[in-house]
Design a protein around this ligand. Structure first.
Ligand SMILES: [Zn+2]
Ligand SMILES: [Zn+2]
Length: 427
């Protein structure tokens, strides 16, 4: 990969690059107006207005509370195929430390994960697809609320998303500061882990710190449970399976009461796994350790194990196809088809539990060393046309018009453009 000289190719990219300034302005307006999950009223309104201006065939609002779906029919729909593209719209409850003209206008709220960029990229794809319609089938553009811990994808599904729009496959992409701009990463299986929340409540018997022999000290029990939990990943799970068990918060007693042994202690943490087999194994082992370690000290411990997001698992044929579409745009050398999975989580996983599809990472550079959820992060507008063209390519090449290899343009011709000096630079 050569981060110094990045190009993107193909008719969709060149078409979308012409309205790059409008997309950038749209993205920055969303950035200035961040909204939390299920509160994306302004954002959904902007999306709705943009889709209307693009001339999409149908706009559906209020799916999963603040979700919006746009429908674009190709020049033909004889294939009866339907492809879904998903962008998340929500921001984070965090303070922005950037000094940019488009900084958050709302204190304590920030687009720190680049969902403003994701929304703008899908709007860019909508405009291109509505203007050109070089495909045989129906494109379903899914603007999803509440990715950041609200399971907005699940809420849209429960609200009938896939009954109303029975897509054959669904795709999503996330900007990724760890990858250079102009590069795309994907793999044929697990992209992100399942995220579970664990809460361990320990009950002992409080008393005077000077007469500890009269108490059942829950702080000591918590310490032993914390230590025992370290053996789950190292001594229970097979080394070739992946699991993380992190106890991230401990609460017991009062810092002002140096001689009071408390009656209870609470531990909170997270478990990350890629397979439901390992997930079940971790839960069972953790439960045994909590119960039995506590019992050994004469205390009790209760484990609440909540499955928050499932693992994000690409289906192999769709991942292969999405990799091919990416390679046609940025060149094979700029696509990592064996991208290492992340132990982070993503609620697009709920869509991939229902439908074939794939989740891609779009390189965007860690500008100023700021990664996702950092108070100095900002989406890189340079990659807006690339992401939009990637969405468009998934539709055009996934539902090609009869007699055309994809999008009315032979894939080989798009690939050939990789060496074309007229190709538009990403940056
Ligand atoms: Zn995030
Ligand atoms: Zn995100």
């Amino acid at each position: 990969m050569n981060p110094q000289r990045l190009y993107a190719n193909g008719r969709a990219f060149e078409h979308i690059a012409r309205f790059h300034p409008e997309l950038t302005a749209f993205r920055r307006d969303l950035h200035a107006n961040p909204e939390l999950g299920f509160e994306e009223v302004y954002t959904a309104g902007r999306v709705q207005a943009a889709l209307k201006a693009c001339g999409v065939d149908e706009i559906h609002t209020g799916i999963g509370k603040t979700g919006v779906v746009g429908v674009i029919r190709g020049r033909s729909t004889a294939s009866r195929r339907m492809i879904g593209l998903r962008a998340d719209m929500d921001a984070l409850p965090m303070k922005e430390d950037n000094d940019l003209p488009w900084c958050s206008a709302k204190s304590g709220l920030m687009h720190g994960c680049g969902h403003d960029g994701h929304t703008a990229m899908l709007v860019g794809a909508a405009r291109y697809l509505a203007e050109t319609r070089n495909f045989d089938g129906t494109a379903v553009l899914i603007f999803q609320p509440g990715e950041e811990g609200f399971a907005g994808a699940r809420v849209m599904i429960e609200d009938g998303l896939f009954e109303r729009f029975p897509v054959d496959a669904v795709y999503a992409m996330h900007n990724w500061p760890a990858l250079p701009a102009g590069t795309i990463g994907i793999n044929r299986g697990a992209m992100m882990a399942a995220a579970d929340r664990i809460t361990i409540r320990i009950t002992g018997k409080g008393g005077h710190g000077a007469h500890a022999y009269l108490t059942v000290d829950p702080v000591v029990v918590a310490a032993h449970i914390i230590t025992a939990a370290q053996t789950i990943a190292s001594r229970t799970v097979r080394p070739i399976d992946a699991a993380v068990v992190s106890l991230c918060a401990v609460q017991a007693g009062d810092l002002d009461a140096f001689s009071v042994i408390p009656g209870t202690a609470t531990l909170v943490g997270t478990v990350r796994t890629f397979s439901s087999r390992v997930q079940a194994q971790v839960e069972q082992r953790l439960r045994e350790l909590c119960t039995q370690v506590a019992a050994a000290f004469g205390a009790t411990a209760e484990l609440a194990y909540e499955r928050i997001y499932p693992a994000t698992i690409n289906t192999a044929p769709e991942a292969q196809f999405a990799g091919d579409v990416a390679a046609a745009i940025v060149g094979e050398g700029n696509v990592d088809r064996q991208l290492e999975p992340s132990m982070g989580a993503e609620d697009f996983s709920f869509m991939l539990q229902k439908k074939a599809g794939a989740y891609l990472r779009l390189g965007q550079d860690a500008r100023g060393g700021a990664f996702l959820h950092n108070s100095r992060y900002d989406f890189n507008d340079d990659i807006l046309p690339l992401g939009a063209a990637l969405h468009a390519g998934l539709v055009e090449q996934g539902m090609p018009l009869p007699g055309q290899a994809g999008g009315g343009e032979p894939a080989a011709a798009i690939r050939g453009a990789a060496n074309d000096s007229t190709a538009t630079a990403v940056r």
